[in-house]
Design a protein around this ligand. Structure first.
Ligand SMILES: Nc1nc2c(ncn2[C@@H]2O[C@H](COP(=O)(O)OP(=O)(O)OP(=O)(O)O)[C@@H](O)[C@H]2O)c(=O)[nH]1
Ligand SMILES: [Mg+2]
Length: 313
């Protein structure tokens, strides 16, 4: 990674952006110095996470929100994270087709990113991509993820504001609670509200949010949208902007940013220690230690202790 690449990113060269993001995506070795310099020049982009079940209309909504931001004179970077789950087969192409009307616009950068089965690393990667987009001068960064598991929830922690997109069929309260989407949403949209049951879900959701909201904490607002016909998206957009102001003013945004920074240091250290530990030799030792059913007579705890001791020996 040379200083030329850095300069290009800072001057919003989308090809350079794409190249660096691919490198992050493929676990390329990017020197610390790169992120250090990048960090120094970052403008503080607003990071928005959009998450929800597969096919809820996240990309359709994102598309409309991009337009709203553009109309407000803002530039936007979008990363659509494809968790490579069987649910989302074809989503990649879908995203490209629907979003490519911005392909030639310098103010809009859109990328899909695969997880290659490594959801843990995805949160870190998404953060790094966010930094790169931020350094390119984008005012707003949208991260679209399918909300089906812990990995995506980690990604939700990587943003300033999370929009959870549900559909009328998203289920009853218990299912919603189980899916863990309630905790992570700062704002909710029941999309596909052209279908039956959307008002009922909105009501139920409001009740849950009211019951579980902590004292003094904002109760997340709930909106009904039909993104494919651009219905209700104006209101949703205005509420998102408004919420951003509120969160900035009451310190919640700063709290989130600090927690995020700490969390990233934590994870970077964890990743590095693990990488250092699992040398070829260590991996071979693990293979040797556990190579037959008999060898499982040693408890995993014992083997782990042994391998850890070796690390210092
Ligand atoms: N009826 C109806 N269909 C919608 C609405 N919004 C989006 N769709 C359709 O739902 C399908 C899925 O939309 P996407 O925007 O790709 O959904 P997504 O959540 O991004 O999907 P994944 O990224 O694959 O999880 C598309 O065929 C859209 O046209 C809506 O409000 N009502
Ligand atoms: Mg999508």
């Amino acid at each position: 990674m040379d200083s030329d690449t850095l300069d290009r990113i800072r001057s919003n060269d989308h090809r350079a952006l794409s190249r660096v993001i691919s490198q992050i995506e493929n676990n390329g070795d990017i020197p610390d110095a790169f992120f250090k310099h990048l960090h120094g020049t970052e403008n503080e982009a607003l990071r928005i996470g959009i998450t929800g079940p597969p096919g809820a209309g996240k990309s359709t909504l994102t598309n409309l929100l991009i337009q709203q931001f553009i109309d407000d004179g803002k530039s936007v970077g979008v990363v659509a994270v494809d968790p490579t789950s069987p649910f989302t087969g074809g989503a990649l192409l879908g995203d490209r087709v629907r979003m490519n009307n911005y392909m030639w616009d310098n103010n809009v950068f859109i990328r899909s990113m695969g997880s290659q089965g490594d959801l843990g690393g995805l949160a870190r990667k998404t953060q790094d991509v966010g930094d790169v987009l931020s350094a390119s001068g984008k005012d707003v960064i949208i991260i679209e993820t399918v909300g089906v598991g812990q990995g995506e929830h980690d990604i939700a922690k990587a943003v300033d504001l999370t929009l959870v997109v549900l559909v009328p069929e998203s289920g009853d309260e218990i299912q919603l609670m189980k899916a863990g989407l309630i905790e992570i949403g700062d704002i909710f949209s029941i999309n596909k509200s052209d279908r039956e049951g959307s008002n009922r879900l909105a009501q139920n959701l409001k009740t849950i949010l009211h019951t579980f909201s902590k004292k003094g904490k904002l109760e997340p607002p709930v909106f009904n949208t039909a993104a494919d016909r651009n219905d209700g998206v104006d209101e949703l957009y205005k509420a998102m902007v408004q919420l951003t102001h509120v969160m900035k003013n009451n310190g919640v945004m700063t709290q989130k940013q600090l927690a995020r920074h700490k969390n990233r240091v934590h994870h970077l250290i964890q990743d590095r220690l693990l990488k250092k530990f699992w040398t070829q030799k260590k991996l071979a030792e693990l293979e040797l230690s556990i190579n037959s059913l008999e060898s499982t007579q040693s408890s995993p705890h014992e083997v782990a202790s042994y391998l850890l001791k070796e690390a210092h020996g």
